[in-house]
Design a binder for this molecule. Structure first.
Ligand SMILES: [Fe+2]
Length: 299
């Protein structure tokens, strides 16, 4: 396979410092990615806490990230969403309000907004042009964290807007891949596609073999401890869904059959309404009260 790094402005000799923050309520891993040569950093995939039964939101997880950034005197430049998450709510606007930085996501957010704008019967005041975000990334777009170049790769399949962010010897894959013993994420959400996901995974696996890969989720399969970091080499050799010898046909068949058995994620309804607005709640009603909708028999 062609070596993707040859085509990208990525320098594997740059080794960003990565601090992980695991959220046990949603099995999400948020990251603070720091430039080793400056105090600049980015936050990838933050989490807002929600007690869905009570309709209550809090910020313990985000506050840990904020404290880490403040304690270390870091400057927050970016808040990156690898995709529109369906299993947790983003805390990007909360962190942005405290520390600054720009919120970025893939440009195909517009497809997701169009789909779920309809599902939630949003009015015309809900813009479907991605304008809630500060930056929309096209495939191959670059941006900087301090002195480091980051490349955003469009890696759809799990959702239409999924991106993998590559910086130095590290790549943040979102839900494109799980740890080798976890395999891959589902591809049955609206706009998802198992064949497309397989192709996106091959793209990630064409990065240099020593590239550190950072997952967005881990569920500790077979009782092992939670892990979030692996390498391209490990995934190529051992990934149970796409590793050595697995064809695209094998993958599509397996993924499609497996997805048909999966229940909706517990937090999909609140997550989509908030995350398609870059982490903001829907606008308050005329009495200043905020509500989330539950569409009946739609999802
Ligand atoms: Fe996801």
């Amino acid at each position: 396979m062609e070596d993707l790094a040859m085509q990208l402005p990525v320098d594997p000799s740059i080794k960003p410092e990565v601090e992980a923050f695991f959220d046990p309520a949603t099995n999400t891993i948020s990251y603070v990615v720091k430039d080793p040569d400056s105090n600049a950093c980015a936050v990838i995939d933050s989490v807002m806490d929600i007690d869905y039964a009570a309709g209550r939101i809090t910020y313990e997880h985000a506050d840990k990230i904020i404290k880490h950034i403040e304690d270390n005197g870091l400057k927050l430049e970016w808040l990156i969403e690898t995709h529109v998450h369906a299993d947790h709510l983003s805390a990007a606007p909360y962190i942005q309000q405290k520390l600054g930085g720009k919120i970025g996501i893939g440009e195909k957010i517009t497809v997701v907004q169009d789909t779920f704008g309809k599902v939630f019967n949003e009015g015309t005041e809900f813009q479907r042009d991605g304008s809630q975000f500060d930056r929309l990334f096209k495939d191959g777009d670059t941006y900087r964290i301090g002195g480091m170049d980051v490349v955003a790769l469009h890696t759809p399949g799990h959702t239409p807007a999924c991106m993998t962010h590559v910086v130095g010897d590290a790549a943040f894959v979102g839900d494109t891949l799980f740890m080798p013993d976890g395999g891959s994420a589902r591809a049955d959400f609206p706009g998802g596609d198992a064949g497309t996901l397989y192709d996106s995974i091959q793209r990630v696996l064409s990065l240099p073999e020593d590239t550190r890969l950072f997952m967005c989720h881990d569920y500790g399969p077979n009782g092992r401890d939670i892990q979030w970091e692996t390498t391209v080499r490990e995934e190529k050799e051992h990934n149970i869904h796409v590793g050595r010898g697995k064809t695209k046909e094998d993958f599509v068949k397996f993924r499609t059959e497996r997805d048909a058995t999966l229940a909706m994620p517990r937090l999909i309804i609140p997550s989509l309404q908030v995350n398609m607005r870059a982490g903001e709640m829907p606008p308050a009603d005329k009495d200043g009260k905020t509500f989330l909708k539950v569409p009946v028999n739609t999802l």
